[in-house]
Design a protein around this ligand. Structure first.
Ligand code: HEM
Length: 441
């Protein structure tokens, strides 16, 4: 790029930031706030802090309205059957046709477009692209997550958990289990998978938290600016990291992605989107699984004791934690054609908010759904990892980390108790704890 163009680009950066925020967060916030004021459940869910802390009563209100009801931005479903149908349907996609958007929005999207400010839920992240691009990205990534590849990760996860627990042995009094364990384990495991230096983990945690915030629509301007700063730092790191692995490749997933043969090679933007998604999705969700699990088991002490006595039950326990308090609560799809769902005609372009956390408490599928029971026979029928072509590619690894992480913790600190008030993260799409004070002994 000529120097003058670079200077011009930098000079436009603040304006771009404002436009990007306005179109991605400012405008949705106006709609959602208006909806919330008129009692719209989706508006309340996404905009009301009290509902964010405890969304389950609102899900039940929605369930009473039926399996698919109108909200401020399209339709919304709390139903397991409808969510499964939509997530698996080829009449729904994750992308949206920008060419159909009003002209000012198209202009804003084009003007605000910049690789280094792109978040994990923006194209070309595989989370938000449809086939054939989705198929292409997914095929490349899923090679690293075959059952055999995940099983090979078991010693890494165990070793990482053990060394974190060794460090915890030296602590006394109340410790924050998120900071010392629940966040550390997944970030170290994903660092290993992507060959990123473990010393940078504090940066990843900071960047990941900012990236996670951008998943929620309607972010206030200041939080967006902070998030964008973190995204820029993350992209700068990725650029360096990929250049290093191009020069000196290893056996890891990123080395493989940057040295694909020409006919499969990803563009620079696609590489950034893919690695950034893996990095963020790899720990932002799993830390919630661990934190939510500890709090649930602390509240159901007899089940913690039963798992200590019979550790083979941890597989089922992790499924029940995922079901009962799902780390990802919300996703969405857009109808690509006219389609009939739950007796309703859905027209092309209609957005459906899919409440995974509500589907996982659907009484048509789960007996007494609010009861937490690690022995629940069909807990694994949950949609915590979604369904269809976007089904979580890292589900096997997440399950492994959940089982090893919680089992190892219970073995090392059998008397562990939550001590003080756990603090929820200020997020809607992801559900987990920011702080989790515990007494280890
Ligand atoms: C408890 C932990 C986790 C949960 C609850 C979770 C949940 C999810 C969900 C719900 C989706 C799909 C969203 C949708 O359908 O719109 C998803 C997609 C994805 N997850 Fe996970 N995830 C977890 C851990 C992981 C891990 C450990 C990794 C990677 C190492 C990962 C990588 C991905 C990727 C790359 C996608 C996009 C897949 C696609 O679009 O085809 N996740 N995850």
């Amino acid at each position: 790029m000529p120097a003058s163009t670079g200077v011009a680009t930098r000079a436009l950066r603040p304006a771009r930031t404002v436009v990007r925020w306005a179109v991605r967060h400012g405008l949705p916030a106006v709609y959602l706030d208006r909806g919330a004021r008129h009692g719209d459940p989706v508006g309340r869910l996404l905009r009301d802090g009290a509902v964010r802390d405890e969304p389950y009563p609102l899900y039940e209100e929605l369930r009473a309205r039926g399996p698919l009801s109108p909200g401020s931005i399209g339709l919304v479903t709390p139903s397991h059957a409808v969510a499964s149908e939509i997530l698996r349907s080829d009449r729904f996609g994750v992308g949206w046709d920008r060419s159909q958007a009003p002209r000012p929005i198209r202009w804003a999207l084009a003007f605000g477009d910049e690789l280094d400010a792109t978040g994990v839920a923006e194209p070309p992240s595989m989370l938000v692209v449809d086939p054939p691009d989705h198929t292409r990205f997914r095929r490349l990534v899923s090679r690293a997550f075959t059952p055999r590849a995940v099983a090979a990760f078991e010693p890494v996860v165990q070793r990482t958990a053990d060394s974190l627990l060794d460090a915890l042995e030296l602590r006394s009094g109340v410790v924050d289990l998120v900071e010392t364990y629940a966040a550390q384990l997944p970030v170290l495991v994903i660092a290993d998978l992507l060959a990123v230096p473990a010393e940078r983990r504090a940066d990843f945690l900071r960047w990941g938290a900012a990236a996670a915030a951008t998943l929620d629509p309607g972010l206030p301007f200041r939080r967006y600016v902070a998030a964008e700063r973190a995204l820029r730092a993350m992209h700068a790191f990725l650029r360096e990291h990929m250049a290093r692995l191009r020069r000196d490749p290893g056996e890891d997933l990123v080395s493989r992605l940057v040295s694909l043969p020409e006919d499969e090679a990803l563009t620079e933007r696609e590489l950034h989107a893919t690695v950034m998604l893996l990095l963020g999705a790899g720990f932002e969700t799993t830390m919630n699984l661990l934190g939510n699990g500890v709090v649930l088991l602390d509240g159901h002490r007899e089940q913690w004791e039963a798992l200590r006595a019979a550790p083979s039950g941890w597989d089922g326990a992790v499924e029940e934690i995922l079901r009962h308090d799902s780390p990802v609560q919300i996703t969405g799809r857009t109808a690509t054609g006219t389609v009939s769902v739950a007796g309703r005609q859905v027209s092309p372009g209609t957005r459906v908010t899919v409440l995974l956390g509500a589907a996982n408490r659907d009484p048509d599928v789960f007996d007494e759904p609010t009861r937490f029971d690690v022995g629940r026979p069909n807990a694994r029928d949950h949609l915590a990892f979604s369904a269809g072509i976007h089904y979580c590619v890292g589900a096997g690894l997440a399950r492994l980390e959940g089982v090893i992480g919680l089992r190892a913790l219970s073995e090392r600190f059998p008397a562990l108790r939550v001590s003080g008030r756990p603090v929820r993260r200020d997020l809607q799409t992801l559900r987990g704890f920011e702080h989790l004070p515990v007494q280890l002994r």
